[in-house]
Design a protein around this ligand. Structure first.
Ligand SMILES: Cc1cc2nc3c(=O)[nH]c(=O)nc-3n(C[C@H](O)[C@H](O)[C@H](O)COP(=O)(O)OP(=O)(O)OC[C@H]3O[C@@H](n4cnc5c(N)ncnc54)[C@H](O)[C@@H]3O)c2cc1C
Length: 381
């Protein structure tokens, strides 16, 4: 971790997250994967250690960190252990948090934030729909005004924490005009009549993270659960996507770094032809290339973190960080699996798990192709 970017207080927080991973997450991890969700007790423990409420004001039970570097530290430690863990907690603590902290009234904050920070209320965000995620402006879930509030109909898919979330931030169409003026954001709560969830989706990786379909059939959402202003939903999402993409970038690199470190140990100890496999020039050069790729990408992402802390991270720079780190991460994971030979192909091996977990980073939160569209447009193309 770069000394200039992270101070003593960040390093102390890093120690507490690392201890949480070692004592709470690692011993229970296999069970989370089998049951395909993270225990509620683990969420509560994370909440009690201040990991879930970094963005939440102090008066509502949060840490009010006011410094995104604490989030970066959290993501790095979680992603080094598991991309799925960093995704589940990251969606809650860093992706949903800005909606619930910035767009809410005081009444809404008092209602949701204490439980959000403590881990009693698990959250999710539903943007993607079965007929498409890249073209967010084209979403079909609709909310119609009623005397008491809104009537919500539609569905969402691939929703992280979806199966067990108590609060789901949902994007829905509330008008017929252009996306920038016809989408609004709502909080749907567990137990609302007509809100149903599908079974936990069977992914090729990240077994511990509960990813689900959500269905809304005539769900009566009270006016008190509207987030911000009617018709501003698309703008709200666009404003918050750079942070989500930086979140991905930080996690991608930390995860790849962890796997590379493990692989270096293996390359020093596993022998072929009477010598460690890392001593063959091909493998030495390969590992040198991977270490270089990670260090160079880290510098760019740290620059993005500095921009973000100053409130200056641009959508284009965040898009560059997101797709590039996803590519570097997947290159590292694939090469590390290869270096483990047949053991790397066994499900029980750590590198195989990370390889399966990591593939999605080129897809979620905006695919690599969509990131390049954003960058290409900025180039005037
Ligand atoms: C494990 C997991 C967790 C997720 N968690 C969440 C969550 O919590 N909340 C949420 O809302 N969503 C979530 N998602 C959804 C994710 O963000 C979408 O899968 C992603 O945005 C892509 O949308 P899509 O799957 O509908 O693909 P599509 O939009 O159908 O795209 C299919 C392919 O076409 C390509 N494509 C599309 N448009 C273009 C274009 N203009 N130019 C070139 N290529 C293009 C895409 O890059 C992709 O390769 C999650 C997904 C996964 C897999």
């Amino acid at each position: 971790m770069t000394k200039s970017l992270y101070g003593r207080e960040h390093l102390d927080f890093q120690d507490s997250v690392r201890a949480f991973v070692e004592t709470e997450v690692a011993p229970n991890y296999a069970r989370y994967c089998t049951q395909r969700f993270i225990d509620r007790e683990t969420w509560l423990k994370a909440g009690s250690l201040g990991m879930l409420g970094l963005h939440v004001p102090d008066r509502f039970g949060g840490g009010e960190a006011g410094d995104w570097r604490f989030t970066a530290v959290l993501l790095r430690e979680l992603a080094r252990f598991s991309a799925g863990f960093s995704s589940s907690f990251g969606i809650h603590a860093d992706i949903v948090a800005p909606y619930l902290c910035d767009l809410t009234t005081d009444e809404q904050r008092a209602r949701w934030l204490p439980g959000f920070a403590s881990g009693e209320l698990i959250s999710a965000i539903g943007m993607t729909e079965p007929r498409g995620g890249s073209d967010l402006a084209n979403l079909a879930t609709r909310a119609e005004r009623t005397d008491a509030g809104w009537l919500l109909n539609g569905s969402k898919t691939f929703i992280t924490n979806g199966g067990r979330a108590d609060l789901v931030v949902v994007a829905a169409r509330t008008g017929d005009g252009r996306a920038s003026s016809s989408i609004s954001m709502f909080v749907v709560e567990a137990g609302m009549a007509g809100f149903e969830r599908g079974s936990v989706l069977d992914k090729i990786g990240q077994a511990e993270s509960d990813t689900s379909e959500l269905y809304f059939a005539d769900v009566e959402v009270p006016e008190a659960n509207l987030l911000g202003e009617v018709g501003r939903g698309f703008v709200y999402m666009m404003e918050r996507l750079p942070q989500e993409r930086l979140n991905c970038a930080v996690s991608n690199l930390a995860n790849a770094r962890g796997v590379l470190d493990e692989t270096l140990v293996y390359a020093r100890t596993r022998e072929a032809f009477g010598t460690p496999i890392g001593s063959f020039q091909h493998n030495r050069f390969l590992l040198a290339e991977l270490a270089t790729a990670l260090d160079v990408a880290d510098s760019f992402v740290e620059d993005c973190v500095v921009d973000h802390v100053a409130g200056e991270l641009s959508p284009v720079k965040a898009a560059k960080a997101k797709w590039w780190t996803a590519q570097v991460q997947n290159d590292v994971l694939d090469a590390c699996l290869q270096l483990h030979g047949g053991y790397g192909y066994m499900r029980e091996s750590s590198v195989a798990r990370h390889w399966m977990d990591g593939r999605v980073t080129k897809i979620w939160a905006g695919t690599n192709e969509i990131m390049k569209e954003i960058i290409g447009r900025d180039l005037g193309l």
